[in-house]
Design a binder for this molecule. Sequence first.
Ligand code: NAD
Length: 349
Amino acid sequence: MLVALLPGDGIGPEVIAQAVRVLDALDIGGLVFEEAPVGGAAWRATGHPLPAATLDLARRADAILFGAVGDPECDALERHLRPEQAILGLRKELGLFANLRPARLFPELADASALRPEIARAIDMVIVRELTGDVYFGQPRGRRATEDGLREGYDMMRYDEAEVARIARVGFETARGRRGRLCSVDKANVLETSQLWRDVVIEVSADYADVELSHMYVDNAAMQLVRNPGQFDVIVTGNLFGDILSDQASMCTGSIGMLPSASLNDTGKGLYEPIHGSAPDIAGQGKANPLATILSAAMMLRHSLDRADAADRIEAAVAAALAGGARGADLGGGHSTGEIGDRVIAALG
Ligand code: NAD
């Protein structure tokens, strides 16, 4: 199994290094790593944030483990040369349409949540967000002048039924592998796109009689996520609503340094990355929490490499390390990036 390592910028290489140590320590054999530059690091080396050789490696690999991109020194570059374009390019080129973000509160971190501990403790959900459509990509879009000479901006919200059906299936499959409950989030009381979304999700549900389907308007979902997040198992939603709700859900669980994600295509290939960015403010200081990336590696084993057993071992080791007091600066602790990696490795069963 070929794993492409794309460490990127800032703390990206630091957290990827710890994830690779953990993967090596699993000692499961069969994993081959190949590394390539991406983001600002790639722009410096080759003049492009997503060089052809990096894209080629990503295509050849069975899975991609991605650190983070973003470099303040690149902020003045033309948009197509900015580091962040690399991640958009990879999503597009590899057809990564399904973004899975688990949000789970490790009991030891209940005090780190923005919510009261008794509410936060119940959080254990996955948000499945459509990643390649919706108002972010719809045409037409642009700016123009109205007849009255006012400046006007416009974006097209659109989904076709095939796009909705394929993300709905990911939602149902994810729910089937968990507690069997899927909540589809839309705004069908106002938007035609959402009404189509709801109709298609209901049609697809005919193939998943074992999954309990519910629907919720996005404004209510935002409220319920802070009122009673424990009610959710799997949420499936479009690109725009998912963008907002997944950030909201993640902060309910504590630190940004704890949360992994997967972006999958229809062959099961995936790009796995922490949800945080390159954190230039702490780069090179050994302060980055590597757990989000280590947990991303666990997702990679489960979703793309067919090694759920090894994924379970990593997740149990992270829980044990936290229970044993492992804390980075983001969680008010004093452990370095490498020390947190050490503790996870020590806890591997
Ligand atoms: P960020 O996630 O990099 O950092 C936000 C805050 O959280 C910072 O104070 C940072 O120190 C802290 N933080 C983040 N990850 C941490 C970790 N693992 N351990 C401890 N603390 C951590 O977001 P930002 O500051 O808005 O963006 C910085 C750069 O990252 C920008 O260039 C942005 O475009 C880029 N970015 C990239 C991605 C990606 O690669 N997928 C995602 C988000 C932002």
